[in-house]
Design a protein around this ligand. Sequence first.
Ligand SMILES: *Cc1c(COP(=O)(O)O)cnc(C)c1O
Length: 376
Amino acid sequence: MSNSETNNIPFYNFKKLHSEIFLNEIKGVFSEIIENSAFVEGKYNTLFEQDFAKLQGASTCILVANGTDAIEIALQALNIPKGSKVGIPGISFYATAEAVINVGLEPVFIDVDPKSGLISVESFKRILKQHKLQAIIPVHIYGQPAPIEELQVICNENNIKIIEDAAQAQGAYLKNGPVGSSPNLTTFSFYPTKNLGAFGDAGAILFNNPDEELKARILSIRNHGRSPNGHTLIGRNSRCDHLQAAVLYSKLKYINKENEMRKNIAKSYFRELKNLDIRLVPEEFITRSSWHLFPIGLKSQQAKYELKKYLGDVGISSSLFYEKALPEEKPLTSCAGEKEHSLFFAASTLCLPMNPFLTEDEIKRVAQKITQFFRL
Ligand SMILES: *Cc1c(COP(=O)(O)O)cnc(C)c1O
């Protein structure tokens, strides 16, 4: 057996991501921060905010403590009346729903497109006939851009605010520019497994809104309701540590290259898997997704679990994002909305290894094992 036959294929690859060169650089920066005792909101926060905004086509980036806070603070800053309804897709990480509830709002589920798992515009239109929504939170799930352009038209007509959950979409593209370049508030997470990850928790809110008041409100909520005139509202502590900002700033110069590597891996997966009886995401996303994850759809939940086990037995890790659709999570089962496609999508989707360092041989081996599985 050759080496590549015996080596396990990991889902993520932090060892390669945090190479010797990067670790030496970051140790130097950490020494500098410790030397200066500047632990919260230092110069690397400002440098990162400037460069990340530029990368994502936004005018402003405000770092916060994590991606969930970013959604909560965005909702709070928009002054949406307590108890209002907020539309969210049935496929996302739990935090999207949690954030809505944490700030006293009510999630209403919008179903997803059965191919991509992205929020469905058709379902959104139907929901609008039954519910008065104040806001919606489209999620750029797996790094694929949600149909913001279509949603924007409907939301403008109905005075509905949009917050884009871009936790998985650093470097992804909407139809007319990077995720973050729309007129909406866009939120990011820098949890370590995201395309751009800190050495712990961090998040950000991006926008192009020239509304200085909105910006001041976000900055104030982030920092205990402080403003130049003292404490003027009830906020929270959601500052971003200087050490985390420094990690993010140091990693930022690699993100374009790493996303390019992810895209090439996605292309190879498409080439190797296209003749099999599995659901791939729409091909139009090959160039526009950030390829945070590589989801495939099976015929049934049982087939998904069988394939996961089959791959695991030969050392190939795969993951269930998400094992349940949000409307199936216990604390959310009483929420209104549509969920048919979300349920099937969650039941039948498996994510294959995806990180910038997968080799062509490894991708071929994954595809070969999946092909064998289908011949059983
Ligand atoms: C990771 C993630 C979040 C939450 O981010 P945290 O930094 O873990 O709070 C929110 N939404 C989505 C879609 C995510 O993937």
